[in-house]
Design a protein around this ligand. Structure first.
Ligand code: ZN
Ligand code: ZN
Length: 366
């Protein structure tokens, strides 16, 4: 039997080792990992129900009978013991190992689960240390970059199919369907999110999921789409004009394009993410459209389509070599339409590598 994560062992043991080394200074003697993307990052497990307990005296993976076989295949080579997933099991092991302060991921544990955990672990101090695995996930290794590059390649086939076939006279849903069928045939295991196809006035909706609206000549069409390959996501946006482009459409497009290019030029290791945001935002504001750009300039992409680092005005993240972030400024004008251009870039020492290559000049589709 072959499961998605089985073919690649990655360096899961090393990831777990590095994470455990960072626990001591945080004042805990164990960590209970419950977030599914974090579990996948640390172990390669692709199922939807599991917990991972990391301690100085051994690591334990808890899952239920549905995933028993899958877990033993996907976790092969990993130094973890597999146990039945229940609070009693976790509590029994925590007690046996004599753990006093257990870290947990407060951001992914519901209040009810927390209460159950607290009850079954009486005598153990629970400390929320959210974000520690997410921090490790920010910088991608070669294998992760390779998977993201493949996801981008597959997604490009979806965009090309739309460009070849044209969009005029078709519904947004129909265009989204073309994309979905092309990328799935090309090797996408899933879409990163519901494909956004927003045309005409609807292009003023930054997250306008494809609707039944018929795309007409003279529209702007935002297509924002990504695919998942072996768990790793892509995310890219192109905005097209249909049949022709008016002067104002070209004008707005070129402001967004310049903001996008400037932000990409500002990216390199050591730069604060908020400064990249300020570059794009400042440019759009000066052009008179500050109020039409409400969202962040970008975000990290990996096992999740939105993850750290965040490129927005409030971000405290500093870009490092090996991080992958999007650059996606936009201008949205209610009643008129909108433009967004989104690329994914790999942060390098002296600049960045644009993963979603190809020209981002305004294209006019049939
Ligand atoms: Zn996107
Ligand atoms: Zn995005």
């Amino acid at each position: 039997m072959r499961f998605a994560g089985f073919a690649r062992m990655g360096d899961f043991n090393a990831r777990i080792r590095d994470l455990k080394a960072s626990l001591v200074p945080r004042g805990v003697d164990g960590l209970l990992v419950t977030d599914l993307a974090n579990l996948r990052y640390l172990t390669g497990f692709t199922g939807s129900s599991a917990r991972l307990l990391l301690t100085k005296r051994g690591d334990y993976f808890f899952t239920d009978s549905r995933y028993r076989l899958q877990a033993s295949a996907e976790l092969k080579g990993l130094k973890v013991r597999i146990r039945e997933n229940s609070f009693e099991q976790v509590a029994g092991i925590v007690g046996r190992l004599g753990l006093k302060r257990l870290g947990f991921e407060g951001g992914s544990v519901s209040y009810d689960t927390y209460r159950l955990l607290k009850k079954s672990l009486s005598g153990v101090r629970l400390k929320s240390i959210s974000g520690v695995v997410e921090g490790c996930r920010c910088v991608k290794d070669t294998e992760e970059v390779g998977l993201i590059r493949r996801a981008v390649e597959v997604a490009t086939k979806g965009f090309k199919a739309v460009e070849r076939r044209g969009v005029a006279g078709r519904s947004e849903l129909d265009v989204a369907l073309t994309i979905e069928s092309v990328v799935k045939k090309a090797g996408a295991e899933a879409l990163s999110f519901d494909t956004i196809v927003a045309s005409g006035e609807r292009s003023a909706l930054p997250h306008g999921k494809a609707s039944g609206r018929c795309i007409r000549k003279g529209d702007l069409v935002i297509v924002d789409m990504g695919v998942s390959v072996d768990g790793y996501k892509s995310d890219e946006t192109r905005t097209y004009a249909v049949g022709k482009a008016t002067k104002r459409q070209r004008e707005v497009y070129s402001i967004v394009k310049d903001a996008h290019d400037r932000a990409i030029d500002a990216i390199r290791a050591g730069v604060r993410a908020r400064d990249v945001d300020r570059t794009a935002r400042g440019y759009i504001r000066k052009a008179g459209y500050g109020r039409c750009f409400g969202h962040g300039t970008g975000h990290g992409v990996g096992l999740q389509v939105h993850e750290r680092p965040f490129v927005n005005p409030k971000s405290n993240d500093v870009l490092e070599e090996g991080m992958i972030v999007t650059v996606e400024p936009g201008i949205y004008i209610p009643g008129w339409g909108g433009v967004r251009i989104e690329d994914m870039v790999l942060v390098e020492k002296d600049g960045c590598d644009v993963l979603t290559g190809g020209s981002k000049e305004l294209r006019i589709l049939r």
